[in-house]
Design a protein around this ligand. Structure first.
Ligand code: F6P
Length: 354
């Protein structure tokens, strides 16, 4: 039998279980394949003894509807820079890729399917360059991978963020308050942009558009009438930033900085902050993400079968296809300022503070 090792790495996201199930179900339609999962990213395959999990049809039955990953994952491990305990008890980062390759050979693995985001694909490429038969599958809630039109996890995260905006709009309007919602997106503002448009926010702050605090305040003022009636909702991506009076970049915890700026000018309304956090990453994947994850899982298995190693399964121009890992690395999908959705958002009066 031919053996495929599934490794998921990076942060979890809705749809990971659906990918695992799809690979296993597709492989089980043929006689000569065995699918095994590495527990906790590459950790399981580097452990002594190995921590791996045989993935049969029975094991994956029905898991596509659950968030997270049955294999567990982590976003702190890289086999090329891996924490190794030394004899004196100290930990040093070492390149343990040869050990990984040795384990693949000794335990009879023919290929790896690696499910991950940007950092994971860098690892995949380096392994491919060392001769490992590897296929990548893109995943991220941030939608920041340029090589694929969609990555599973994003639609579910955007839905969760939208529902949060919906709820905050009702409480903001009931109390004439300013409600600020921080969503994920360190480098790309897709979740914030989608939630702001879908939920009907007044201000949307994203890493791709440095904002001016004065412009944000101006917009908030316009939301209140002379007698103080009104309300406002702000959606801010965690990577949004502005420049202070001295021109220095201010980033991180932007919600509290907006609150401070409003308090400084004795803004008429109360302000409340919400950090959505990991609620965006957990939970049941929506139909779109389940379908996409299933498509990519089936495709990845077929790429292994066709020996198209060193590639990643993707969705491009409405086509399920693949791309060389060399073309994937360091290519980020940022919100393009000429993107239709920015135009649309501005068209319905959303301010980006620019
Ligand atoms: O998956 C990416 C991301 O969601 C970022 O937007 C966020 O900052 C990060 O993960 C948090 O991950 P963790 O808390 O697992 O380190």
């Amino acid at each position: 039998k031919q053996r495929i090792l599934i490794v998921n790495s990076g942060g979890d996201c809705p749809g990971m279980n659906a990918v695992i199930r799809a690979i296993v179900k597709r492989a089980s339609r043929e006689l000569d394949w065995e699918i095994i999962g590495s527990i906790n990213g590459f950790d399981g395959f580097l452990a002594e003894p190995l921590e791996i999990m045989p993935l049969t049809k029975d094991v994956v039955e029905g898991i596509h509807i659950y968030g997270g990953t049955i294999l567990t994952t982590n976003n702190k491990r890289n086999p090329f820079c891996y924490p190794v305990k030394q004899e004196d008890g100290t930990i040093l980062n070492e390149d343990v890729s040869d050990k990984l390759i040795y384990n693949l050979k000794v335990f009879g693995f023919d290929a790896i399917i690696h499910i991950g985001g940007n950092e994971s694909h860098k690892i995949s490429l380096k392994l491919a360059q060392k001769g490992v038969n590897i296929i990548g599958i893109p995943k991220t809630i941030n939608n920041d991978l340029a090589s694929t039109d969609y990555s599973f996890g994003f639609q579910t995260a955007a839905q969760v963020a939208t529902e949060a905006v919906d709820k905050l709009v009702t409480t903001a309007s009931s109390h004439n308050r300013v409600l600020i919602l921080e969503v994920m997106g360190r480098d790309a503002g897709w979740i914030a942009l989608h939630a702001a448009v879908a939920g009907g926010a007044d201000v949307c702050l994203i890493p791709e558009i440095p904002f001016s605090m004065d412009k944000v305040i101006e917009k908030l003022k316009s939301r209140y009438s002379a007698d103080g009636r009104g309300f406002a909702n702000i959606v801010v991506a965690e990577g949004a930033y502005f420049k202070d009076e001295k021109g220095a970049i201010v980033s991180g915890n932007i919600a509290s900085k907006i609150t401070a700026a409003l308090k400084k000018i004795n803004f008429e309304a109360d302000i409340r902050e919400t950090i959505l956090g990991h609620l965006q990453r957990g939970g049941t994947p929506n139909a779109f993400d389940r379908i996409l994850a299933t498509e990519l899982g089936v495709k990845a298995f077929e790429l292994v079968k066709e020996k198209k190693f060193g590639t990643m399964a993707i969705h491009k121009n409405s086509e399920l296809t693949h791309i060389n890992l060399t073309e994937v690395i360091d290519k980020y999908n940022k919100v393009n300022l000429s993107h239709n959705l920015i135009h649309t958002a501005k068209g319905v009066g959303i301010s980006f503070g620019d």
